[in-house]
Write a protein that binds this ligand. Structure first.
Ligand code: ADP
Ligand code: MG
Length: 592
């Protein structure tokens, strides 16, 4: 058993003992609140910490869960074990509507929409007769389980904490999975993720809905804990407080949600006690203190408090290095390989205009299976733009791209990736907080299928082993197996570029597109890169190599397309290109 699991079980056992020990009622109640809050802020860890999306509306989702439970159990005597699902269903519908309206738009619309949602739900709860207006709904029954009443705080403690810890374990499992890697790519890796075939929109919707569901479950628990609901705990201010808990505890970490919830609850209680005594009058002064604390935390510990706590435990915890137990895992499925010499890529008069600037002017070229084609030209010639037109990142002004006989001109980069074209980026795009192995495993996304539920329940392990086996295989292929457990962010430029190639290979591509792989590399790194590319050619891989360094492509390519000012100058063998006076003029004219 992993040491982290042992620590978790130790703390869980400790918690389980508390209600039977002579712990004062006050602390049991505090812990109950902490469990309820942590469940909500767990959702924010996913949404804000991991995916980089902000919501001020979590309290409103708590309200949906709480009001649904209260309304149905008071008016229709429906069992809480049923109302939780009804509450979740309503929550999912609301979350999906909000997500559909805002998530396709850029950054700031989601936070704004969640504020609007929080305000409108608050006014609905406060003004509807059937929801009891400001008085809310009274007389919510206590939960029962197998005929046993859970009316006391001590017994309900177990319900709250079982839910909170299961949710936490689910989220931990989720983050360490195929789905989790896709979610972790949402913050800062969208273009890369799309190029690996991941629908980032779909995963944004997913995390938003998951976070809302956690809030709703907390609300359901809350209704049967307080035995009454009224609008005030679900107002916008509380939504901000949940966000504050997540940020304070450490928004990027599951256990940060618990740290934040505990701190806010305990400190809030003490402040409500002490501040009026100190200041001689009552008021919500604790809000001001929390505001100041938040500013200090954001300045001095922007990662929140959990990472610092974790450091204290560090010597008891082993490194996060994976146990490599996938040697016997089945290989991932492979796509049918194009026949040698088959016309693979047919770029036909593609054109791109940026306003008045013709960046790519009716450029045509072809790649057959097994070819290494170089696309060269001085800076600003239009190479990257051509590359982006081929790979679907940019839309064409006119022209056509056919890949394996299919017109892919109108397809997105994700759809093109699905068809077997994989790429690297001129400026390395990776997830620095993930290991090299995990980054490469992202490339295997389309060759695997496990989803959210499977990941949370840890039923995805066989496929995970397949994915890691493939990722390791690709790292071995390019000679990087020694670095597979390093954090990608610690890699130098050369290895980082190699890692991108391994990630692209992990997609099982029929055609590999490399955008300036040698730029910025030292001589030795360039040689290593050339060796790998030659080896790939030897294995039958087809490559389009965009380069500005003419020497690098000379010894490597079968054919070279030369561009200048958006236009194709000539196309020929390296020898022909080298001998061409036009090419020499183009390069002399700009830099050499
Ligand atoms: P290369 O990769 O060969 O150095 P690019 O394809 O990046 O050249 O750029 C070709 C031309 O198109 C340049 O003049 C560049 O300034 C222009 N360009 C590239 N991207 C854009 C853009 N998004 N908007 C406007 N102009 C652009
Ligand atoms: Mg470029």
């Amino acid at each position: 058993m992993a040491a982290r699991t042992r620590w978790f079980l130790f703390f869980a056992a400790l918690l389980a003992l508390l209600p039977v020990l002579p712990v004062p009622e006050f602390w049991i109640t505090q812990l109950n609140y902490i469990g309820l809050y942590a469940t909500v802020s767990l959702g924010l860890v996913l949404l804000t910490g991991v995916a980089g999306l902000t919501s001020f509306g979590q309290a409103a989702f708590v309200g949906v869960g709480a009001y649904t439970a209260a309304f149905l159990s008071v008016n229709y005597a429906i069992s809480p074990w049923l109302t939780v699902f009804i509450g979740l269903a309503i929550t999912v519908v609301v979350a999906l509507i909000l997500a559909a309206v805002t998530l396709r738009m850029s950054g700031h619309y989601l936070p704004l929409a969640t504020i609007a949602w929080a305000l409108s739900l608050y006014y609905t709860m406060s003004n509807m007769d059937w929801l009891g207006k400001y008085d809310g709904i009274l007389g919510v029954p206590a939960m029962t389980l197998f005929g046993m009443s859970l009316a006391s705080g001590r017994s309900y403690f177990y319900v709250i904490w079982v839910v909170a810890l299961l949710a936490a374990v689910g989220v931990v499992h989720l983050l360490d999975s195929r789905t989790g890697r896709a979610i972790r790519a949402l913050k800062g890796g969208v273009t890369m993720a799309e190029a690996m075939g991941i629908s980032t929109y779909r995963y944004k919707v997913l995390v938003f809905v998951l976070a809302a569901m956690l809030a709703s479950i907390s609300g359901w628990l809350f209704a049967h804990f307080q035995r009454t609901v009224n609008p005030s705990p679900f107002a916008l201010g509380k939504g901000i407080e949940y966000l504050f808990m997540a940020v304070l505890g450490g928004v990027g970490n599951v256990w940060g949600a618990f740290t934040g919830a505990a701190l806010v609850k305990i400190v809030e209680e003490q402040l409500q006690d002490w501040l009026p005594r100190l200041l001689g009058s009552s008021g919500n002064y604790e809000t001001i203190v929390f505001g100041v604390v938040l500013v200090i935390v954001l300045k001095y510990a922007p990662e929140g408090l959990w990472p610092h706590l974790e450091k204290l435990f560090d010597r008891f915890l082993p490194s996060r290095q994976r146990v490599c137990d996938w040697a016997d895992a089945a290989p991932l499925p492979e796509r049918s390989k194009p026949a040698a010499g088959e016309l693979l890529l047919d770029v036909d008069k593609v054109r791109k205009q940026f306003g008045g600037l013709v960046a790519v002017n009716d450029v045509s070229f072809q790649i057959r299976t097994g070819d290494i084609v170089g696309l060269i030209g001085p800076n600003g010639a239009g190479k990257s733009t051509t590359f982006n037109l081929v790979s679907g990142v940019l839309s064409k002004t006119s022209g056509q791209v056919r890949f394996r006989g299919e017109d892919v001109s109108a397809l997105s980069s994700r759809e093109i990736a699905r068809r077997g074209m994989s790429r690297t980026f001129q400026h390395v795009k990776m997830l620095p907080d993930m290991t090299v192995l995990e980054n490469v495993a992202l490339g295997g996304y389309l060759r695997s299928t496990s989803g959210t539920a499977k990941a949370m329940l840890r039923l995805d392990r066989a496929e995970e082993r397949q994915l890691f086996r493939e990722a390791e295989r690709q790292l071995v292929r390019i000679g990087m197996q020694d670095q597979m457990h390093e954090l990608a962010g610690n890699l130098a430029l050369g290895p980082a570029r190699m890692m991108e190639i391994a990630r692209a290979l992990c997609t099982d591509p029929a055609l590999l597109l490399l955008d300036e792989p040698a730029a910025g590399l030292r001589h030795k790194e360039k040689q290593a890169l050339a060796t790998v590319l030659r080896q790939l050619k030897g294995e039958g891989m087809s490559l389009l190599l965009v380069e500005h360094d003419m020497d690098f492509v000379m010894n490597l390519t079968d054919r070279i397309v030369v561009m200048e000012f958006g236009t194709k100058l000539i196309e020929g063998t390296p020898a022909e290109v080298q001998a061409s006076p036009v090419v020499r003029a183009a390069y002399l004219g700009t830099e050499h």
